[in-house]
Design a binder for this molecule. Structure first.
Ligand SMILES: [Zn+2]
Length: 309
């Protein structure tokens, strides 16, 4: 089982936290009703509403410093147990099971801590699509195309998970400074601080906050993965266009560093984009334990893409 700090155990029902925050809780439930009505009406999800919901849950759960104790947040949505399970041997995903008392979330014991924290936050997102008044909680009925909606729900739950685990309001002065300076070290420091994966941090920076516009980050997350593709790249506004239109990103020397770091000469040369190093700051880092590789490319200060195009 996880440590008490992560709260994967010792979940009590009806904690005093919940009582203290009755007013906040009723305000949260009102907002959730608005969210659910929007959803039932087929309206697109309001991102600000999602941020508000996450913010209220964090307040009720007394989360004022990172890392967020995700089990405290889960309690608010009637998740009474989070258990490590060996059943999901070949899967890294969590499952949520409604029962008479609310929900049980099962997380795979072989998945990483950051992965499981994200999975739990994602599953809490799914509780927004349930009526918690009924016993067991029941799915909201909808009149829309199920497949299309399902996929959309997954996106919403991922967006929600990032709002919960990397909340804007828990960004301290020192975190804000790190966010101002694109670097691999800062990605790692933030991922350690919030106890999330570097990938989650990159999503937050590039997708949610639209920061680091002159930077691109590449992640090789899987040992079997041998090339950088669009799924593993996070690009700011400025570098987005350039990288997509370049023939090669990295010089031969850079490629050798990457190959050495990965431990196999498996990168494809056509994936390599030649960079003019007079214009770019370039970093490569490999995690020795799981061989995960991260590359960061940043346009040097005072340079514009016009200068070399
Ligand atoms: Zn899901």
């Amino acid at each position: 089982m996880g440590s008490p700090m992560l709260g994967f155990n010792s979940i009590e029902e009806d904690s005093s936290t919940l009582k203290k925050n009755k007013a906040l809780l009723s305000s949260l439930n009102n907002q959730i009703r608005i969210f659910q009505n929007n959803w039932a009406a087929g309206n697109s999800t309001n991102k600000i509403l999602l941020t508000t919901l996450a913010g209220k849950m964090l307040s009720i759960a007394n989360q004022i410093n990172p890392p967020v104790d995700i089990s405290e947040v889960a309690k608010i949505r009637k998740v009474h147990s989070i258990i490590l399970s060996s059943e999901q041997e070949n899967k890294e995903d969590a499952v949520m099971i409604p029962d008479l008392n609310g929900f049980i979330i099962k997380i795979p014991e072989n998945a990483s801590l950051t992965r499981n924290r994200f999975s739990v936050a994602h599953e809490i997102g799914h509780t927004l699509f349930y009526d918690l008044q009924s016993r067991p909680p029941s799915r909201l009925s909808t009149r829309f195309n199920i497949n299309k909606k399902d996929r959309k729900e997954e996106w919403i739950c991922n967006d929600f998970a990032r709002e919960i685990l990397i909340p804007q309001k828990l960004i301290s002065k020192s975190s804000a400074l790190m966010l101002k300076k694109p670097s691999i070290d800062n990605i790692f420091s933030l991922s350690k601080l919030f106890r999330v994966s570097p990938k989650a941090i990159c999503w937050r920076i590039f997708r949610d906050w639209r920061m680091w516009s002159d930077t691109a980050v590449f992640l090789l997350e899987d040992k079997k993965q041998t090339r950088f593709n669009s799924d593993t790249a996070y690009r700011g506004k400025i570098l987005h266009y350039r990288i997509f239109n370049s023939k090669s990103l990295f010089s031969k020397e850079c490629l050798q560093i990457i190959d050495k770091a990965i431990g196999s000469p498996s990168l494809f040369s056509k994936d390599i984009i030649q960079l003019n190093q007079r214009f770019f700051h370039f970093e490569v880092r490999c995690n020795r334990i799981n061989k995960r590789l991260i590359c960061l490319v940043k346009l040097l200060e005072n340079k514009t893409l016009e200068e070399f195009s």
